[in-house]
Design a protein around this ligand. Structure first.
Ligand code: GLU
Length: 418
């Protein structure tokens, strides 16, 4: 990728651009564009064959002015210090965008989990949780799932923490299995907010969503659920992809069958509900109404942005556009619903899970979904209000001004100690 920007630089650039609109002091901007602390680890773990392997792992606590640090844990070979820093910063502004009482954090282990057995992944997760223990807690820092982690890993983290602390504290981590204190609706929450953001954006832009065609890049938890829920609204999801390539059907794919196929075979390759197979690059530039990047950072660079056929992009992934790509889409009048709003459903339902854990009282799935819709629609409206009333170039800067104002206010009210 020609302009595969360092994700941390992208984050800093996004915050600075919004800061210029709301006129913040340089010192405050500096504070709100750098993490408060980063834990960097080498985890030594015994493998099934008795050998020892060492893994690089991180946890970045970016800002805690609005509440405990909050954010997921990613298992991916590309995980590195800079990526974790960026992802933790995006969490600060995401939590502020939807107005939930959290700061931002993020963690990760540099690992390709498909190369390890379940018992190895368990020992790796517990080794990581043991190291995190002094810095996490329901009122300190609350991890959650991210790329390649889910309920299983969160249950192990909770168990490790509770065992070492000699207590029960389900709110130390969110995204758990239901029997371990998880929330109804949490697994689908990220995809649900992507659907809601797409629906709201289409309404604002005066497009009939039922006539829309959609392409989804990435068919993991966020992408596949967003595709399914949009399909339920009557949208034609014409193309979806994973790392093995993209599949296409002019009349719309069966999004559930595609997910089932991927779960059973491990990839979309060979899915027979499609009429054509093509590359991820083709998917990102095809002529559809809505493009949903739902994979990793920097998926859309300047070159792809020049050729994108969609006129609405909804960011299900964190940081899927490089800053030059973002500028090009703005120039080309392609609307972009930013990640800190579109995929905020995950952390919003994490918040509901934490609230339920603290009250030891479980909500129904309907209540979770209704509350989620309220938070996402309110955040969308606050973004539109800023977009229409401030001299900002696009939705992203508008959303960042709202979020940054909230963080800066909390930061100012807390003061600098000592
Ligand atoms: N990993 C998700 C995100 O990037 C969810 C974080 C959370 O639930 O704390 O937003």
């Amino acid at each position: 990728m020609g302009d595969a920007t360092d994700p941390f630089e992208s984050l800093q650039q996004q915050v600075r651009e919004a800061a210029a609109e709301i006129d913040l002091d340089d010192g405050v901007v500096e504070r709100l564009t750098n993490p408060e602390r980063i834990l960097e680890l080498s985890l030594s773990v015994k493998m099934d064959d008795g050998s020892v392997e060492v893994f690089d792992a991180y946890r970045s606590q970016f800002n805690g002015d609005r509440g405990p640090y909050k954010g997921g844990i990613r298992y991916h070979p590309r995980v590195n210090r800079s990526e974790v820093k960026a992802l933790s910063g995006w969490m600060v502004y995401k939590c502020a965008a939807v107005n939930i009482p959290y700061g931002g954090g993020k963690g990760g282990i540099a690992i390709n989990p498909v190369n390890y057995s379940a018992s190895e992944i368990e020992r790796i997760t517990r080794a990581y949780a043991k190291e995190l223990r002094p810095i996490i807690g329901a009122d300190r820092d609350i991890p959650a799932p991210d790329v390649n982690t889910g309920q299983r890993e969160m249950n192990w983290i909770k168990d490790t923490y509770e065992t070492l602390e000699g207590t029960t504290e389900p709110g130390v981590v969110t995204g758990k299995g239901i029997e371990s204190g998880g929330s109804a609706g949490r697994v689908e929450a990220t995809g649900r907010s992507v659907m809601l953001a797409t629906r709201e954006a289409c309404a604002y832009l005066d497009r009939d969503i039922q006539e829309a065609t959609v392409a989804v890049q990435g068919y993991g938890n966020a992408g596949s659920v967003a595709a399914k829920l949009l399909d339920d609204l009557g949208v034609d999801v014409v193309a979806v992809s994973d790392s093995s390539g993209a599949v296409y059907s002019e009349d719309g794919l069966d999004t559930r069958a595609a997910k089932q196929f991927k779960t059973e075979t491990g990839s979309l390759s060979g899915f027979d509900g499609a009429t054509e197979k093509f590359s991820n690059d083709d998917l990102l530039t095809m002529d559809v109404d809505v493009l949903i990047p739902a994979a990793l950072e920097n998926a859309i660079n300047a070159d792809i942005a020049e050729r994108t056929g969609a006129d609405l992009v909804v960011e299900a992934a964190n940081g899927p556009l490089t800053p030059p790509a973002d500028d090009i889409l703005t120039e080309r009048d392609v609307a972009v619903v930013p990640d800190i709003l579109a995929n905020a459903g995950g952390v919003t339902v994490s918040y509901f899970e934490w609230v339920q854990n603290r009250q030891r009282f479980a909500w129904t799935e309907q209540r979770v979904n209704d509350e989620l819709e309220r938070y996402i629609v309110e955040a969308f409206e606050s973004m539109i209000d800023a977009y229409e009333n401030r001299s900002v170039p696009n939705f992203r800067v508008a959303m960042y001004t709202v979020a940054l104002e909230r963080v800066a206010r909390a930061s100012k009210e807390s003061g600098i100690w000592p």
